[in-house]
Design a protein around this ligand. Structure first.
Ligand code: FES
Length: 231
């Protein structure tokens, strides 16, 4: 009797081993058949495209202290370019005074930020949009080129890499990298510089270059930009 039971034990152990082997084999074969599928999915997730290099304008198209809008690197990201009239470390052009920034506020993704030129440049009939800015904000930094966010009164310094001068933003504005071709006078957009702008799918304020490029994933990139003068 004891001998019979021992025999049964051996049989069931043998069955378990066979079952384990079959399961492991099916798993390996399964992986093999899924490999082409995995290969086709992985690059789509990891491949981060390069910044598109596009012509922005010719130097002759950009008037001083005028607010121009454009979209980059995708149609849904608003940027502005300004000829500030001041020599700035990151400025380009013959006077090193042209800068560009993503206009989205680094606090809570407000898209309606407002350019404020230095006081002496504020021509009332031209700058009608300034009527929406509280008078105390207009007086706060009279000599500077600023970007103002009406959502929670943030102020950014466009002469100092978009640094936060006042309000609740978590970091500076995202700067648009420009290049000036002295021979032709053409200005090109080369990409964005950290910190990353506050757009969905990106870690806001990240200084990781790949993280910054995530805004382009799966989207149609601009191949040309059009300047729109803001009156
Ligand atoms: S969203 Fe701009 S200050 Fe809050």
């Amino acid at each position: 009797m004891a001998h019979e039971e021992h025999g049964k034990d051996e049989i069931s152990t043998g069955r378990r081993t066979t079952l384990k082997f079959i399961t492991a084999l099916s798993f390996i074969l399964g992986l093999g058949s899924a490999a082409p599928l995995l290969k086709s999915i992985t690059p789509a997730i990891l491949e981060i495209p390069e910044w598109p290099r596009v012509r922005l304008a010719n130097i002759k198209d950009i008037k001083p202290k005028t607010w121009y809008l454009f979209s980059y690197p995708t149609r849904d990201i608003p940027c502005l370019v300004i000829k500030t009239g001041k020599n700035i470390p990151s400025g380009i052009g013959p006077d090193k005074d042209i800068v560009a920034y993503v206009m989205i506020c680094q606090h809570a993704r407000y898209y309606g930020t407002i350019y404020i030129p230095p006081k002496e440049e504020r021509i009332p009939e031209k700058l009608t949009y300034l009527k929406t800015v509280p008078p105390n904000i207009l007086e706060l930094y009279p000599d500077k080129n600023l970007l103002y966010c009406p959502a929670h009164a943030a102020i950014y310094d466009l002469e100092k890499d978009g640094e936060v001068l006042a309000g609740p933003p978590f970091c500076s504005l995202c700067r648009v990298v420009l290049e000036y071709d002295e021979a032709s006078g053409d200005i090109y957009v080369l990409g964005l510089a950290p910190p990353a702008p506050a757009v969905p799918g990106v870690t806001q304020c990240s200084s990781n270059p790949d993280e910054l490029k995530r805004i382009m994933l799966g989207k149609k990139l601009v191949s040309e930009v059009t300047l729109e003068e803001k009156l």
